[in-house]
Design a protein. Sequence first.
Length: 266
Amino acid sequence: MSNLRIIPRLDIKGPNLIKGIRLEGLRVMGDPQQFALRYYEAGADELVFMDIVASLYGRNNLSEIIRRTADQVFIPITVGGGIRSVDDVRHILRSGADKVAINTAAIARPGLITEVAQRFGSQAMVLSIEAKQIAPGKWEAYTDNGRERTGFDVIDWARRGVACGAGEILLTSVDREGTRKGFENDLIRQVSDAVAVPVIASGGMGSCADFVAAATQGRADAVAMADVLHYGRMTVRDIRTAALAAGLPVRRTAGAPARDQEKVTT
């Protein structure tokens, strides 16, 4: 079994790390590079950077932040927000990212998933899904930070995205995001059971027990968290210790791991 990954998520607006509730009511937290370095040194397995205002600019504006971060942080970095073409993907990967997370552009044109996977490999193509519950046991995929409906059933869309070439799914519960009420484990489990690629659970972590539940009840392959880390409610080490105590297959070393992925140079 692959290791269960601990992934700090950093939502970015302009030059700042921000945090909100249900992707709204944003509060400035500070310099994203400093937070990323702190999480790396504490033993995070990967990092996710999301440009939450990319739709306003028509493109992802994180390249400089990613470039500076990649000079000091040697774990895989996923970048999302405003990525709409193979050229956009190439630019972000050249800036130092290992993977890209695509939501809106993939909804508009699923063929983009295939193009990215064929050009850079499925491991670099993460399908980002923002899910809102619309009925018991049923969720709809949204875009634009959970504001725009798509009419896509989340489970069906996850299957289709993987069939198109996505090598991983970043699954965010908009209803739980920033609430510290725990993950939407039924949603996570349904998606995990529907696809044969790793699923990153995001949205709702308020305790180490929530992390354990996402892995055991939701069958997540990785768990992303923001609020609990940004506000210092717990540390990466706290999460890892709790996961090991629960018998979960997390990486045992507490220090910063070496990065082992090659960068895109084409």
